[in-house]
Write a new protein. Structure first.
Lengths: 260, 205
């Protein structure tokens, strides 16, 4: 037990060191520095909000467009940025793995923590600003919102670890993920509510785990104003399978990697 | 590899005691760097285990261990954090030892290979490992730097162990108590440096 604690402490230390190094490398010490971590997702979300408001709600629903955009696009940012950052992240970090304590899983976890922090802070700050300005109402059920956010973060992390580990073995993963992530964005539930789709389309789209997460989040936010379709156990099982696959692939790729 | 699997190290097994000073000889491509990397944990063996009862440095070699876009000082902080050692009191030591001057605050990618090697040396001394793994960089630096290395590594830290890979005979003769030769995937240990050298010369003739 003692050994596990010691190992845990070492790993936390390494992840913290990698996190700080990642922040300095990515954001530098110039202008607003690490605040870009959440400023960038905020800019994206604001842009999408403006775009969707200008286009006018495609579906004549009573849902306020700002809240719709913030809940939808922040969710996509959360689960989509994680794989993007982990795929092909092993090679640029090869020099660091010269140090015994730095392992691939540490590099992955530090990047995931950073992405999660950025997306979460952006979501919270934007919500607070819009709520203060009166353009958004307070969420009806904060716990559901939190659960939805957590499930989306879990999904994004598990997918990211799986794809990141695979990308260490083959460059094809990167080539396939780029188009796949573009196609998944409109399908992922950010821009629509499942209820708006015809029945057969509903069943099809509910095969995608992240749709459940977004629906759960919106159920928590809009509450009685919308009809939502989601299945938390289904999403949990998908996340679990992805997690197991991902972690096992990390073990495989750790043996194959030679530091520079 | 293209021609099929290539065995670099074939069923090696040995023990290193605290304070052992070992030189490793071998032809180019014999597997000396691979051995050092596996010992340090930077690379995983295909099979087998390594038990470490003392702290080992990372392989001190040309290349590796640093992030080029960060400054020397940032790399020092990062490496200290990884090994759980406070860095504040190490900064002046590293600056003196490596003789980098104002380059310490410049990105490592602007360094020459000699500067990188000196920085790596300086940081590993600051972290005070029990055993240093030195892969061919001991000859780096000018006469003054060699004198510093002599003093810091071989005198002040003479109770520590090290494993040196070097082609320079005098380095191994002067500092090591034992020598090994890596030949055809096997490790041959010798208690006498001259015996090791004659075996090395015969085997590679």
């Amino acid at each position: 037990m003692n050994e596990t604690f010691k190992a845990c402490r070492v790993q936390c230390r390494v992840i913290a060191a990698l996190l700080m190094r990642e922040v300095i490398t990515r954001y530098g010490r110039h202008n607003i520095g690490f605040m870009w971590l959440f400023a960038e997702p905020m800019l994206f979300t604001l842009g999408v909000t403006a775009l969707w408001s200008l286009i006018g709600t495609v579906h004549d629903s009573a849902l306020p467009i700002v809240a719709f955009a913030v809940t939808g696009y922040s969710s996509v940012l959360l689960w989509r940025n994680m794989p993007a950052k982990l795929v092909c992240s092993i090679e640029p970090n090869l020099a660091l793995m010269y140090h015994r304590n730095v392992k691939i899983i540490d590099i992955f976890l530090s990047r995931l923590l950073l992405e999660a922090a950025g997306a979460t802070i952006s979501f919270i700050v934007l919500s607070v600003i819009w709520i203060a300005l009166g353009m958004m109402k307070l969420p009806q059920d904060v716990l559901k919102v939190l659960l939805g956010w957590f499930m989306l973060a879990w999904f994004g992390s598990a997918l990211a670890i799986f794809l990141g580990a695979l990308s260490g073995r083959s460059e094809l993963v990167d080539k396939f993920w780029h188009p796949a992530s573009y196609i998944l964005f409109p399908l992922s539930g950010a821009a629509y509510m499942v209820d708006w789709l015809p029945k057969s389309a509903q069943e099809a789209v509910l095969w995608l785990p992240m749709v459940h997460g977004v629906e759960l989040l919106r159920d928590g936010y809009f509450g009685s104003a919308v009809k939502t379709h989601y299945d938390v156990p289904y999403m949990a099982v998908c996340c679990l399978i992805l997690t197991v696959l991902g972690l096992s692939q990390v073990r495989v790729v750790s043996r194959l990697v030679t530091p520079e | 590899m293209r021609g099929g699997p290539h065995t670099v190290l074939d069923n090696l097994s040995f023990t290193i005691q605290r304070g052992d000073k070992i030189g490793v000889l071998g032809r180019n491509g014999a597997g000396k760097s691979t051995l050092i990397r596996i010992l340090s944990g930077a690379e995983q063996p295909t099979s087998g285990t390594i038990q470490r009862g003392m702290s080992l440095s990372w392989p001190l070699a040309f290349g590796g261990a640093f992030q080029g876009s960060l400054t020397g000082l940032d790399n020092l902080k990062f490496i200290c954090r990884i090994y759980g050692v406070p860095y504040e009191d190490k900064i002046s030591y590293v600056q003196d030892f490596s003789e980098l001057g104002k380059y310490l605050r410049e990105p490592v990618k602007t360094y020459s290979s000699g500067m990188r090697a000196r920085l790596a040396f300086a940081i590993s001394m600051a972290i005070e490992f029990d055993c240093f793994l030195i892969d061919e960089i001991i000859s780096v630096g000018d006469v003054r730097f060699h004198a510093k290395c002599q003093h810091e590594l071989f005198e002040l830290r003479r109770d520590r162990g090290f494993i040196i890979v070097s082609h320079e005979a005098h380095n191994i003769r002067e500092h090591c108590t034992k020598a090994c030769v890596l030949h055809k995937g096997k490790l041959h240990e010798f208690a006498d440096i001259d015996a090791a050298y004659s075996f090395y010369q015969e085997a590679t003739a």
